[in-house]
Structure formats: structure tokens, C-alpha cells
Design a protein around this ligand. Structure first.
Ligand code: HEC
Ligand code: HEC
Ligand code: HEC
Ligand code: HEC
Ligand code: HEC
Length: 257
């Protein structure tokens, strides 16, 4: 090998090349301390993302406590174990979820552009080793566009993302209307209204998940119509309360005469 080629290979090899991989098991503090040297970005993005210290999630939750290939951490059950409920159900009812289930990929490929037929949870949320989150609202919208375009045409993706955005905006308007109605109610703090308000928040979250996970069920069944139902129930509850209050006035007015 020529000197230049040798130099080049040394420069492009990962820092840890030739480093023996200790078998473990390790404590999570040990994972962090050692990998801080090799993969500072992994540690940094994990810390500042939704799986940072406050979440209580640690390396071994996804990777196990011994060295193994990252393939195991790429599998959906790792995420679903902790994210049961609407987050996983909305994915399961999407085309991505259905295809992924049939595909049963081994997860042996890195989570990069188009390596899989359909995206699993980590393909979108921990794309290309990003241990933060590539998908949560505060992240760069261009990241979504790029990730989806690994498998779909850029134009299709822009349309889908814009349609999702509009769905969420309509749902947010409904939520704002519900809050305004409750604020104007004779007894805004009434127990029943609090329950209705909580339901409305869940249904707004369903629309978000439906748009984010491309689940028609969550957009159109657990989402928008459920919000419409909430608005009807809130109006109904407030009207009943107003009528009851009006009735209370009736005998008093009579007794004055
Ligand atoms: C004493 C240092 C040390 C400790 C402790 C350590 N690792 Fe590693 N780890 C390494 C080195 C070195 C490599 C690089 C192996 C390679 O790819 O050449 C590695 C590789 C990995 C890989 C990539 C494997 C692959 O094939 O893609 C993962 C994932 C990983 N470690 C996770 C962990 C987790 C999780 C812990 C704690 C349970 C941990 N490590 C503890 C040094 C360490
Ligand atoms: C929420 C689950 C999750 C947590 C928590 C997590 N990882 Fe990972 N990790 C993954 C996934 C998924 C991949 C595969 C990423 C890919 O293929 O692009 C991965 C990949 C890696 C790799 C391989 C990177 C490479 O070069 O291929 C290393 C090293 C690693 N993780 C270390 C860690 C360490 C150290 C911690 C704790 C500080 C940690 N991970 C915490 C899910 C997680
Ligand atoms: C050990 C349990 C655990 C595992 C495993 C886990 N998570 Fe999490 N995750 C949490 C907790 C706890 C939070 C922070 C609290 C919350 O927002 O739900 C969180 C937050 C998130 C968020 C942000 C939620 C929000 O409301 O902002 C996303 C997205 C997410 N996880 C996706 C994943 C994906 C994808 C995987 C698999 C690669 C995974 N999680 C694996 C427990 C876990
Ligand atoms: C096609 C890419 C994609 C796949 C696959 C995917 N997600 Fe998501 N996920 C998103 C997007 C986009 C959002 C919406 C973020 C937003 O705008 O609120 C989201 C939202 C979430 C949230 C809620 C975050 C919040 O802010 O409330 C959780 C939790 C979550 N996903 C977990 C998962 C789990 C678990 C899986 C697998 C069962 C999965 N995701 C599969 C793209 C994906
Ligand atoms: C790893 C490849 C891959 C990635 C990444 C991916 N998709 Fe898909 N997607 C597919 C496949 C395969 C199908 C099912 C075939 C089809 O209907 O075109 C699909 C279906 C869909 C559908 C349903 C189409 C229908 O007919 O019902 C929508 C919407 C969609 N994807 C949007 C997105 C968005 C938005 C993203 C990014 C957040 C994304 N996809 C990321 C592979 C992918």
C-alpha cells in the first residue's frame, strides 16, 4: 500500500478502529463514559432529545447491557414496549406499520435513505444515528422532507406534509374553540367540563399522531370527528347549565310580586 493510501485509510477509519470491543455487561454510566470518547454526537444528541435525563431512559433500555450489533435496537418492539397506546397504535394502523409487520426485517442495515421497504419507529425517530429525535415538532422540517424522500418522490412528500400540517391546524382551531366555550361557561371549573377538556386534548393529540404517522384512522376517526363530538358535548353541557340557572331564577321572581 502506498504511503498516501495508507494515510488516507488511517484518516477515514473510525477513531476506535482496531480497538478491542469489551464484552460487558456494563452499567449505563460505563456505556456513557466510554462512548463519550468514540461517539460524542450519540451522547450529546441523546442528552438534548426526548430521551434525555428527565425521561429516565438509558442506553441499555434499547441496546441491552452487553455489546451486540445495533440491529436489535432498530426493531419496533424495543420502542413499542415503552410507547404502548396511541403512539404505537396509530403507527400500526398506517400503511408503514402494516408493511413493516409483514416484512419482519432483521434490522441489520443502518437507518439510512431507503435501506428498508417501509420505515420502522427508529427509521424516522433515530434516523442515521440521531439519538435525539428527528421528528418531534421543534426539529427542522427539512429533516422530515429528506427522510420521507428516501422512499417517496419529493413532490408527493411535500404534498403529504402540507396536508398533515393543515389537518393539525384545523384541529388546533377546534381545541381553541372548546377552550373559549369552557372559559365563558357559568362554571368553567365544573368537573364535567374538566373531563371534556381533557378528552379534547387527547383527540387533538390523535390528529397530530394521525398526521405524523400517516394513519387515516387517527386522522379521521379518533381525531377530527371526535373533536367535533367534544364541541357538541361542551355546548350541550353549557346550555343545560344555563337553563338550570335560569330555572333557579323563576320562583324568586314570582315571590317578589
Ligand atoms: C470500555 C469501553 C466501552 C464500554 C464500557 C461500552 N462500549 Fe460500546 N463500544 C466500544 C467500542 C470500542 C466499540 C466499537 C466497536 C467497533 O465498531 O469497532 C463499541 C461499539 C458499540 C456499538 C456499535 C455496535 C455495532 O456493531 O453497531 C454499540 C451499539 C455500543 N457499543 C453500545 C454500548 C452500550 C449500550 C454500552 C453499555 C451497555 C457500551 N456500548 C459500553 C466501547 C465500549
Ligand atoms: C431510544 C433507543 C436508544 C437509546 C436510548 C440509545 N440508543 Fe444507541 N442506537 C439506537 C438505534 C435505533 C441505533 C441504530 C441507528 C442507525 O442505524 O442509524 C443505535 C445506534 C447506536 C450506535 C451505533 C452507531 C454506529 O456508528 O452505527 C452506538 C455506538 C450507540 N447507539 C450507542 C448508544 C449509547 C452509548 C447510548 C446511551 C448513551 C445509546 N446508544 C442509547 C437506539 C438507542
Ligand atoms: C425505557 C422506555 C423507552 C424506550 C425503550 C423508548 N422510549 Fe421513547 N420515551 C420514553 C420516555 C419516558 C419519554 C419521555 C416522556 C414522553 O414524552 O413520553 C420518551 C419520549 C419519546 C418521544 C417524544 C415524545 C413526545 O411527546 O415528545 C418519542 C418520539 C419517542 N420517545 C420515540 C421512541 C422510539 C422511536 C423508540 C425506539 C427506538 C423509543 N422511544 C424507545 C420511554 C422510552
Ligand atoms: C414515517 C415516520 C415515522 C414512523 C415510522 C414513526 N413515527 Fe412517530 N412520529 C413521526 C412524526 C412526523 C410525528 C409527529 C411529530 C409532531 O408533529 O408532533 C411522530 C410522533 C410520535 C410521538 C409523539 C411525539 C409528540 O410530540 O407527541 C411518539 C411517542 C412517536 N411518534 C413514537 C413512535 C413509535 C413508537 C413508532 C413505531 C411504533 C413511530 N413513532 C413510528 C414520524 C414517525
Ligand atoms: C423506508 C421507506 C419509506 C419511508 C422512509 C417513508 N415511506 Fe411512506 N410508504 C412507504 C411504502 C412502501 C408505502 C406503501 C406503498 C404505497 O402506498 O405507496 C408507503 C405509504 C405511505 C403513505 C400512504 C399512501 C396510501 O396510499 O395510503 C403515505 C401518506 C406516506 N407513505 C407518507 C410518508 C411520509 C410523510 C414519510 C416521512 C415522514 C414517509 N412516508 C416515509 C415507504 C416509506
Amino acid at each position: 500500500m502506498g504511503f498516501i493510501a495508507l494515510l488516507f485509510s488511517l484518516v477515514t477509519l473510525p477513531l476506535w478502529a482496531g480497538e478491542p470491543v469489551p464484552p460487558g455487561p456494563f452499567t449505563d454510566a460505563e456505556c456513557v463514559a466510554c462512548h463519550w470518547k468514540w461517539d460524542p454526537m450519540v451522547i450529546e444528541t441523546l442528552r438534548t432529545g426526548p430521551h434525555g435525563a428527565e425521561s429516565g431512559v438509558v442506553c441499555s433500555d434499547c441496546h441491552g447491557d452487553r455489546h451486540q450489533s445495533a440491529a436489535q435496537a432498530r426493531q419496533n418492539p424495543v420502542c413499542i414496549d415503552c410507547h404502548k397506546g396511541p403512539a404505537s397504535h396509530s403507527y400500526a394502523t398506517s400503511k408503514h406499520g402494516v408493511i413493516s409487520r409483514l416484512d419482519r426485517s432483521s434490522g441489520d442495515q443502518p437507518l439510512q435513505r431507503g435501506n428498508y421497504r417501509a420505515p420502522g419507529c427508529a427509521y424516522c425517530h433515530l434516523h442515521d444515528k440521531d439519538h435525539g429525535d428527528t421528528m418531534v415538532p421543534k426539529s427542522d422540517p427539512m429533516a422530515r422532507q429528506l427522510i420521507c424522500s428516501g422512499c417517496h418522490s419529493p413532490r408527493y412528500v411535500s404534498e403529504q406534509l402540507a396536508a398533515g400540517q393543515r389537518l393539525v391546524e384545523v384541529a388546533e382551531l377546534k381545541m381553541a374553540e372548546a377552550l373559549a366555550l369552557i372559559q365563558g361557561a357559568p362554571e368553567p371549573g365544573a368537573e364535567e367540563l374538566k373531563k371534556l377538556e381533557a378528552g379534547t386534548k387527547d383527540h387533538l393529540s390523535n390528529v397530530r399522531l394521525g398526521a405524523g404517522h400517516q394513519s387515516p384512522d387517527y386522522q379521521w376517526w379518533h381525531g377530527q370527528p371526535a373533536l367535533d363530538g367534544d364541541l357538541i358535548r361542551i355546548r350541550d353541557r353549557i346550555a343545560t347549565e344555563r337553563r338550570r340557572k335560569a330555572m333557579e331564577q323563576v320562583p324568586k321572581q314570582r315571590s317578589i310580586k
